[in-house]
Ligand binder design. Structure first.
Ligand code: P6P
Length: 337
């Protein structure tokens, strides 16, 4: 039974545009083109088991990870869908070592798109949830040359961020700084329909998401915090439940709706050289924008993720993200001397 008020994502984007008096429709066109790419990737993801798109290409991406065909497909689909609209001046992707220029034959726009085309791809063959994550900035440089500088930004400069989650249904969740909105794809009409208006994350959850297999790599503060969550205390609603899919978008989306904390701390076995895993520009920063817009918090343990100035395209950071009270408590444990 459809809700009385059926709002497509296109209509919502236009309504959001009206909130920005200076908007030219350029930004609307950018988000619109993204929804086209999302629908096409969703179609391929949902039939991945039926066509020879599963399995690996045998190549590795810039991080030395084996690339699955769907990653390559999603990356190419987003690039092809976004390069000709005249909204972008540059792109950057998890799958590409360097920035992705807009081909000369296409007009250049004033926005920058940075994305992870298919995060959680190691779960593809297991038919587990995977997702696309994107982040949008306004161009920073003014000269004729568009450089990597336009991509190396601080998260607070984002004008939009979002993700598409390919799960039991396909959802697109995004923010332009006016709250967080979720749209569910109705395949029968090929439209994303508003299903989650103004998403707010509970201030405190009862779920924690972390790869417990890495416990021997954690710093002392993280070890103590996770041990604390496992103690029994009805007053503070402990023990928490562990929920970990191993697909960032899926773990993030569940915690956004139910409340809770997702943690990917650095490997601290060499305290002089802590090693993080998740990437700042196309994983941590866009999700941090979304979580703050939903009333939550995103930290490295030491600092607000949105305050970090990127210095490398594929820079990695520790990610502690979710309900504000949970992240604040983690920071107390992490910074205990
Ligand atoms: P681990 C997937 O490869 C990913 O980048 C995220 O989607 C996910 O949160 C994380 O890695 C899982 O990493 O080390 O727990 O398998």
């Amino acid at each position: 039974m459809l809700k009385s008020k059926v709002v497509t994502i296109q209509r919502h984007i236009v309504e959001q545009e009206r909130l920005h008096p200076g908007a030219t429709g350029d930004f609307t066109g950018l988000l619109w083109d993204l929804t086209i790419a999302a629908k096409t990737i969703s179609r391929e993801v949902n039939k991945a088991g039926l066509v020879d798109i599963l399995g690996v290409t045998g190549e590795n991406n810039v991080h030395g990870e084996i690339v699955k065909k769907l990653d390559v497909y999603a990356n190419e689909k987003i690039c092809k869908s976004m390069e000709h609209g005249g909204h972008l001046c540059i792109m950057a992707s998890e799958e590409n070592k360097d920035i992705i220029p807009i081909p000369d034959e296409f007009p250049k726009g004033k926005y920058v798109l940075i994305f992870d085309p298919l995060d959680g791809s190691s779960n593809i063959d297991a038919n587990a949830c995977i997702g696309t994550i994107f982040s949008v900035y306004r161009r920073k440089t003014t000269g004729s040359m568009i450089t990597q500088e336009d991509c190396l930004r601080k998260g607070t400069e984002q004008v939009a961020a979002g993700y598409i989650i390919y799960g039991s249904s396909t959802m697109m969740v995004y923010t332009t700084g006016q709250g967080v909105y979720g749209f569910t794809l109705d395949p029968s009409i090929g439209e994303f329909l508003l299903s989650h208006e103004n998403i707010r994350i509970p201030s405190k959850g009862k779920i924690y998401s972390i790869n417990e297999g890495n416990a021997n790599t954690w710093d002392e503060g993280t070890k103590k915090y996770i041990a604390y969550l496992k103690e029994s205390d009805s007053l503070t609603e402990r023990p928490y439940s562990l929920r970990y899919i191993g697909s960032l978008v899926a773990d993030f989306h569940r915690n956004l709706l139910y409340g809770g904390i997702f943690l990917y701390p650095a490997d601290n076995r060499d305290p002089n050289k802590p090693k993080a895993k998740l990437r700042l520009l196309y994983e941590a920063a866009p999700l941090a924008f979304i979580i703050e817009q939903a009333g939550g918090m995103a930290s490295t343990g030491k600092e607000r993720i949105l305050d970090i100035q990127a210095t490398e395209l594929h820079q990695k950071v520790p990610v502690i993200i979710g309900s504000k009270e949970d992240v604040l408590l983690y920071e107390k444990f992490f910074n205990q001397k």
